[in-house]
Design a protein around this ligand. Structure first.
Ligand code: V47
Length: 360
């Protein structure tokens, strides 16, 4: 046990890639301080004492969804309960515009798989947002949505991406990855892109020079080995076609979902997942502690366990709020800055592509 730890420490200190077995060993170890020491060392190599955040507005275009994943509390049927809604392009622009005076630099646009809307609806929204606010970066549409657009439009994934890019899309968020085990996907989310399809969308985006993020939904019915396999598939794709900017582990929030019987992950599990991901994903620059999902106290502690980004001062996010995230309504910029300073780091406001805007 002690020898194994020393071997791993030696590898981390010498920038030698960890194997799947070593990642599993770290996950199964209860020595949080050891994990923290290694992950914090790696974080320091990547971003010194900086912790990034951005100021963004999440725009969830509709909650009407044909996918109806078991872990999701947000999607509803078109004529069902739960307040189905859909924004028109003009409504989306108006909704976005309210946040512009708050100094946002990014619109984070995510939708659902609507049964009737065709690709032109999504394109028009990106175009109108871009025309109305040309200086605000649009990060939008998960790989699952892009795969869906390709199916409903009979265009290839590359063509869909090129059209979105031409309309003003700047980058792609990391959602929809869930867990890369097709048996589990079949059980939880059978109607959407599978592992290979999700990875293929990001591969093509990277080849086109479009930056993307990646996520992992954990704490439902997956095993620790599934989590490590997931990270390794991301690492392999990043080796092949670099383009992932950040990895965001998302703990499953069970409230109001069809998996409500599952217990919320513990803070220890959340912190371990951040630390192991920092160590395994040696070729991805940033690890986000997404405070909306982790909760603010755990997100703050995660900064000493390898995370170097708190995401945004998100103005209204509905997907996590539906699943009971307590922090879903946004916090102020000064709150984020103080959280980072209190954890002993230097807050740096960034834009979507990690250009530094201001150090506090
Ligand atoms: O893909 C859905 C997850 C994701 C639940 O790229 C849930 O910077 C927990 O991907 N409990 C969407 N998670 C959000 C997302 C994201 C968020 C912040 C930043 C970025 C980025 C991406 O949320 C979905 C799914 O994996 N999700 N329901 C739930 N009940």
């Amino acid at each position: 046990m002690k020898r194994k730890k020393l071997e791993i420490k030696e590898k981390v200190n010498n920038d030698i890639r960890l194997t799947k077995e070593e990642a599993l060993f770290l996950y199964n170890s209860n020595d949080l301080l050891f994990l923290g020491e290694l992950a914090n060392y790696k974080k320091g190599q990547k971003s010194a004492d900086k912790v990034f955040f951005n100021v963004n507005r999440h725009i969830n275009l509709t909650n009407i969804c044909i996918s109806r994943c078991k872990f999701c509390a947000f999607g509803v049927d078109e004529d069902g309960q739960g307040g189905p809604y859909i924004m028109s392009a003009d409504e989306a622009v108006e909704f976005a515009g309210v946040a512009v005076p708050m100094g946002i630099t990014e619109f984070h646009v995510v939708s659902a798989m609507h049964p009737k809307k065709n690709f032109s609806y999504y394109l028009e929204i990106i175009q109108k947002l871009h025309d109305s606010y040309p200086d605000i970066h649009i990060q939008g549409f998960t790989a699952v949505e892009i795969f869906h657009f390709s199916k409903i439009s009979n265009l290839s994934i590359k063509e869909v991406l090129l059209k979105l890019q031409e309309a003003g899309l700047g980058s792609i968020p990391g959602g929809g990855a869930e867990i890369f085990n097709n048996e589990i996907r079949q059980e939880l989310c059978p109607r959407k892109a599978n592992t290979e399809e999700w990875l293929e969308v990001h591969r093509i985006a990277h080849e086109l020079g479009i930056k993307t993020n990646c996520t992992m939904l954990y704490g439902h019915i997956e095993s620790i080995e599934d989590r490590v396999n997931h990270m390794i598939l991301l690492r392999e794709l990043q080796d092949e076609t670099p383009g992932f900017q950040s990895f965001i582990p998302l703990p499953f929030l069970p409230a109001n979902t069809r998996l409500e019987h599952i217990k919320r992950t513990s803070a220890v599990d959340d912190i371990k997942t951040i630390a192991v991901s920092r160590l395994v994903l040696d070729n991805i620059d940033h690890i986000k502690a997404f405070w909306v999902m982790l909760g603010i106290p755990t997100a703050q502690i995660a900064l000493n366990f390898g995370a170097d980004d708190l995401d945004g001062t998100i103005v209204e996010e509905r997907i996590m709020q539906a699943a009971g995230a307590s922090a879903g309504r946004g916090i102020s910029k000064s709150d984020i800055i103080n959280l980072i300073k209190d954890a002993g780091f230097t807050p740096v406001e960034r834009d979507t592509l990690y250009n530094e805007i201001k150090t506090y």
